[in-house]
Design a protein around this ligand. Structure first.
Ligand SMILES: Nc1ncnc2c1ncn2[C@@H]1O[C@H](COP(=O)(O)OP(=O)(O)OP(=O)(O)O)[C@@H](O)[C@H]1O
Length: 649
């Protein structure tokens, strides 16, 4: 893999990362205590430590995703801020994707949306190909990402795909949270080699948390930050760690994997752990650590034999470190002059200065974001909504409905059945999109949150794309259903047919809007399902078929059921200006006045009377406008909840 590294020509060089006295507390528990360290461009820094040591918390904190109780994070000479956060790439431990998109579709979207608008599409695709070559992903470009239910990319390929998504936009610094979890040893080895080579060749700063690498892998990391119970147990060059532990009186046994040895000592030998942590503390207390960490210095100045001698050793290296800069300063200056090794001057102020382009909040404009998100959402939803099983299910339901209501005679005896058929159509096509939205959104939220926290696009662009891209898909299945069932059942004529079709579309869109709102408001699929089933019951009962006369204090509730409007508008279309309904054969038992009237010779019921009998007293638009209003209200509420109450961390 690394042989192809030459192809990759990043436009931006990495920048220095320095962190000092990072302390994080959660629920009055201190998770990280006074963590300091430093990584330079071209370096691969490993954060290692036993489970629960605080690796993920530290990475999240360095990436600006977790608030600190105290401490400083300095990137390229500036305290970490919103603008800098957008230049950080963060590869999460979990690989989060839309599982039914192919890798090519996924990466094309990322390239189009994360590379700035002034880069031509051909250039974006070229950059994408370079990343694909570098990470050896050519073979699986047309494979679905997949998940536990759908076969797709292997674990290693998925991890490389996650890394590819982050490398495309040429970040200045890359964080990876346990990228080797779940990978076999050869995939792990090839991944770490790729990262190490990438850091060196493209001069990027890479920080990566890792559990327990093999010894071969261990030495591929340039630097090591060892955590134990939220404290630093070692920070410095990886090659010096064995000597360092030996100097503390903890020598490694021969032929032992150093990573295994260190982890065992930290986990099982409390004395060794305390010694290691105290040695680091002694260093930190002695010197204010800013741009350069003491042990990286001590590594250059040889490793001290024991903690008590550390200060002498460091003093021997004659470090002049400017003391803690003022907290208010946005440009933190750190000088490290090593007088005995020549004049090594490093001013973090000299590194990357923000350009106008850097200050832009989003990599691409609204139009690009909206277009790309529409394409992606359409592809993703198309595979979900028009899934083979769903099509089959709807065709079967259509067949059952056609069999039950086949060519309903238009008479009083079958009026109830006709009403049932109309109610079924409105309920079915209101609830199918509702449940699709309810079940799919909580899963989609995970992807959206990942992308929102990394600042890929505006929420408004995503939401507009989501609202519009699925419209066409939502109406395909009801169209097929209505086209077949309408004529097989023998509903009202051709003019009412088109109006029925339009009404079913509006019903489906209102149902989807309601489902989307519930899906957005609920955090879990199970919670969303419980809430929607309860609401579905209420909506059904208030729809107009089951309850014709509610207690007066409950009567208003029917007006909040969208089904009430869709059902009544379809009833209106079915009976307004429709062929007459024949009276019951026993006219005396008829519920309609027109049939019971002894002087009237006609044996039919006027549509107006049927509509009145079923309480369909408004005109068509009076039922449709509230449906449109519901759609707008639920979609707006969905946006508000997503924007203000469901913010990603
Ligand atoms: N919100 C929280 N409230 C309380 N404790 C927390 C919270 N988040 C994390 N912790 C605790 O902080 C410690 C560090 O967690 P973290 O996930 O950073 O460890 P880790 O080193 O990444 O572990 P692993 O290797 O198992 O992933 C753990 O003991 C964890 O239980």
């Amino acid at each position: 893999m690394d042989t192809e590294m030459e192809d990759l020509t990043p436009k931006t060089k990495g920048i220095d990362l320095a962190f000092r006295n990072v302390t994080v507390a959660r629920n009055s528990k201190v998770i990280l205590s006074g963590i300091s360290g430093h990584a330079r461009p071209g370096e691969l820094l490993a954060i290692m430590g036993p489970s629960g040591a605080g690796k993920t918390t530290l990475l999240n904190t360095l990436a600006g995703r977790v608030p600190m109780a105290s401490g400083e994070i300095i990137l390229g000479g500036q305290l970490l801020n919103k603008r800098l956060k957008r230049k950080i790439a963060y590869v999460l431990q979990q690989d989060i994707f839309f599982s039914n998109l192919t890798l090519r579709e996924t990466l094309t979207f990322v390239a189009m949306i994360r590379l700035p608008d002034y880069v031509f599409k051909e250039e974006k695709m070229k950059r994408l190909q370079e990343i694909v070559d570098t990470l050896d992903l050519n073979k699986c470009l047309d494979t679905n990402i997949g998940d536990m239910w759908m076969p797709g990319l292997s674990g290693g390929e998925k991890k490389r795909a996650s890394i590819a998504c982050e490398l495309i936009h040429d970040p200045v610094i890359i964080f990876l949270d346990e990228p080797t979890t779940g990978l076999d040893s050869s995939t792990t080895s090839s991944l770490i080699s790729t990262l190490s080579a990438y850091a060196e060749k493209s001069h990027k700063t890479i920080v990566c948390s890792i559990h327990q690498p093999s010894s071969q892998l261990f030495f591929q990391f340039h630097k090591l930050l060892l955590l134990s119970q939220g404290q630093v147990a070692y920070f410095g060059e990886t090659t010096k760690v064995i000597d360092h532990f030996a100097s503390l009186g903890i020598p490694i046994e021969e032929h032992y994997n150093p990573a295994d040895f260190i982890m065992e000592k930290l986990k099982e030998d409390e004395d060794a752990r305390v010694k290691a942590v105290s040695a680091m503390k002694a260093l930190q207390e002695k010197y204010s650590i800013a741009g350069n960490m003491l042990l990286s210095a001590s590594a250059e100045a040889d490793v001290p034999e024991n903690p008590s001698r550390i200060s002498t050793k460091i003093r021997g290296a004659v470090y002049k470190i400017i003391r803690k800069p003022p907290a208010s300063s946005s440009n933190v200056e750190v000088d490290a002059n090593i007088t005995d090794t020549g004049s090594v001057h490093m001013s973090l102020l000299d590194l990357e200065k923000p350009t106008n382009d850097d200050n832009k909040k989003w990599p691409t404009g609204f139009v690009t974001q909206y277009t790309q998100l529409t394409i992606r959402t359409f592809r993703e939803s198309q595979k979900r909504i028009l899934e083979k099983m769903k099509i089959l299910e709807n065709l079967l339901i259509c067949a059952i409905v056609c069999l039950i209501y086949f060519q309903l005679p238009r008479n009083e005896e079958t009026l109830r059945d006709r009403m049932g058929a109309v109610f079924f159509i409105s309920a079915h096509w209101g609830f199918i999109p509702l449940f699709d939205a309810v079940t799919s959104f909580p899963m989609e939220r995970v992807v959206i949150n990942k992308e929102r926290s990394a600042g890929w696009y505006r929420l408004s662009a995503y939401y507009c794309a989501k609202m519009t891209s699925e419209l066409l898909l939502i109406i395909i299945q009801p169209t097929v259903f209505v086209v077949i069932a309408y004529w097989v059942i023998g509903l009202n004529g051709i003019a009412a047919f088109f109006a029925t079709l339009g009404t079913v579309f509006i019903d489906s869109i209102a149902g989807q809007s309601f489902g989307l709102f519930v899906g957005i408001a609920c955090m879990e699929v199970s919670e969303a399902m419980t809430v929607s089933i309860m609401l579905q019951m209420g909506i059904m009962l208030l729809g107009g078929l089951f309850t014709r006369s509610l207690p007066f204090w409950l009567d208003w509730l029917k007006y909040v059921s969208f089904l009430h409007y869709s059902f009544h508008s379809l009833m209106f279309l079915e009976f307004h200006e429709a062929p007459p309904v024949q009276c019951a054969s026993n006219r005396n038992s008829s519920v309609f006045l027109s049939c019971r009237e002894p002087n009237i010779t006609s044996h039919t019921i006027p549509s107006k009377e049927v509509l009145q009998y079923y309480n369909v007293t408004w005109n068509y638009w009076q039922y449709i406008l509230p449906l449109l209003f519901f759609t707008i209200i639920f979609r707006t509420l969905g946006y508000i909840v997503l924007r203000f109450f469901r913010k990603p961390v």
